[in-house]
Design a protein around this ligand. Structure first.
Ligand code: ADP
Ligand code: MG
Length: 253
C-alpha cells in the first residue's frame, strides 16, 4: 500500500475574478517523485505555493503528512523543503555562510559543508551565489531545501534554462535525494525529464487536471487509442548527438 503524504481535494484559487486553479484533486505517495506538468499559466506554481503554505487558497482541502494547512501551517513548514527566493541570498555572503544563515532561521543545526558536498558544491564553499553557473545555482537552491531535513521537497522548474549536461546532473541529484526517502514534487516543461524522473505525473491545463498516472501508463493509453507518431522515430535524437560529442561531465566546475 502506498502511504499518502499529500492530499489535495477540490482546490480552487481565484486571483480576484480570475479563476487560476479550478477544483483540482490529487494525492502524492510517500517516497515518490511526483511531476506537475502543464503549459505556462496552467496553475502549477500556484498549486505548489498553496501546498507550501506560501499562498492562500480560495477553497479546498490540503493535507500534508496528516496536517491540515488551514489549522497547522507552521507544523507543515517544518516538514517541507522549499526553494527560497534568490532575492534572499545576501550578496555579501558565501555559500557556507548562506546555509548557516538559513539553518539559523530554521533553528536547525546543520553541517553546511556536508550539505554542499551532497550537491557537489564543496569546491565552491567560499564562492558567492552570483559567481555560480546556472546549474550550480540550481544545485545550491536544492541544497537549501534540505537544510531542515524535510520529508517532502518542492522544486519549481529546477532545470529550466540549463544545458543538457547540467540537466542530467540535476536529475541524478534529484534521484539521489529520492533514494534517501524524501518525497519530491517537481514542475517541469521537459517531457523527457518527466518521463525519466517522475514515478507519476499530473498534467494540468487551464487550472484543471486532465490526466494523472505513471508516464508509462499515459503513453500506453495514447498508443492504445490508435495514436501513431507522424514519422518514424530514429534511434537517437539531436540531444543524444550533443551529449555523445560533448560528454556527460559538467563543465562548470
Ligand atoms: P504556471 O506555474 O503553471 O505557469 P501559475 O500558477 O504561475 O502558472 O499561474 C496561473 C495563472 O494565474 C496565470 O494565468 C497567472 O497569470 C495567474 N497568476 C499567478 N499569480 C498571480 C497573481 N499574484 N495575481 C494574479 N494572477 C496571477
Ligand atoms: Mg510556474
Amino acid at each position: 500500500m502506498n502511504h499518502i503524504i499529500i492530499s489535495v481535494k477540490d482546490l480552487h484559487k481565484k486571483y480576484e475574478s480570475f479563476h487560476a486553479v479550478k477544483g483540482i484533486s490529487f494525492e502524492v505517495y510517500e517516497g515518490e517523485i511526483f511531476g506537475l506538468l502543464g503549459p505556462n499559466g496552467a496553475g502549477k506554481s500556484t498549486t505548489l505555493e498553496i501546498i507550501e503554505t506560501l499562498r492562500n487558497k480560495t477553497s479546498g482541502t490540503v493535507i500534508v503528512d496528516g496536517l491540515n494547512i488551514d489549522t497547522n501551517p507552521s507544523a507543515i513548514k517544518q516538514k517541507i523543503g522549499v526553494q527560497l527566493q534568490t532575492s534572499g541570498y545576501y550578496p555579501g555572503l558565501n555559500l557556507i555562510e548562506l546555509i548557516n544563515l538559513f539553518a539559523g532561521l530554521y533553528n536547525e543545526k546543520t553541517d553546511a559543508m556536508a550539505l554542499l558536498k551532497q550537491v557537489n558544491l564543496q569546491d565552491k564553499a567560499k564562492a558567492k551565489f552570483k559567481e555560480l553557473s546556472g546549474g550550480q545555482k540550481q544545485r545550491f537552491s536544492i541544497a537549501t531545501t534540505l537544510i531542515n531535513k524535510p520529508k517532502v521537497i518542492f522544486l519549481d522548474e529546477p532545470t529550466t534554462g540549463l544545458d543538457p549536461q547540467a540537466r542530467r546532473n540535476l536529475w541524478q541529484l534529484i534521484k539521489d535525494i529520492q533514494s534517501t526517502g524524501t518525497t519530491i514534487i517537481i514542475t517541469t516543461h521537459y517531457m523527457d525529464e518527466a518521463e525519466i524522473l517522475c514515478n507519476r505525473v499530473a498534467i494540468i491545463d487551464n487550472g484543471k487536471i486532465i490526466a494523472i498516472d505513471t508516464p508509462d501508463k499515459l503513453i500506453d493509453n495514447l498508443v492504445e487509442s490508435g495514436f501513431e507518431k507522424p514519422k518514424e522515430v530514429k534511434k537517437a535524437n539531436l540531444e543524444d548527438v550533443f551529449i555523445n560529442l560533448t560528454g556527460h561531465s559538467i563543465r562548470e566546475v
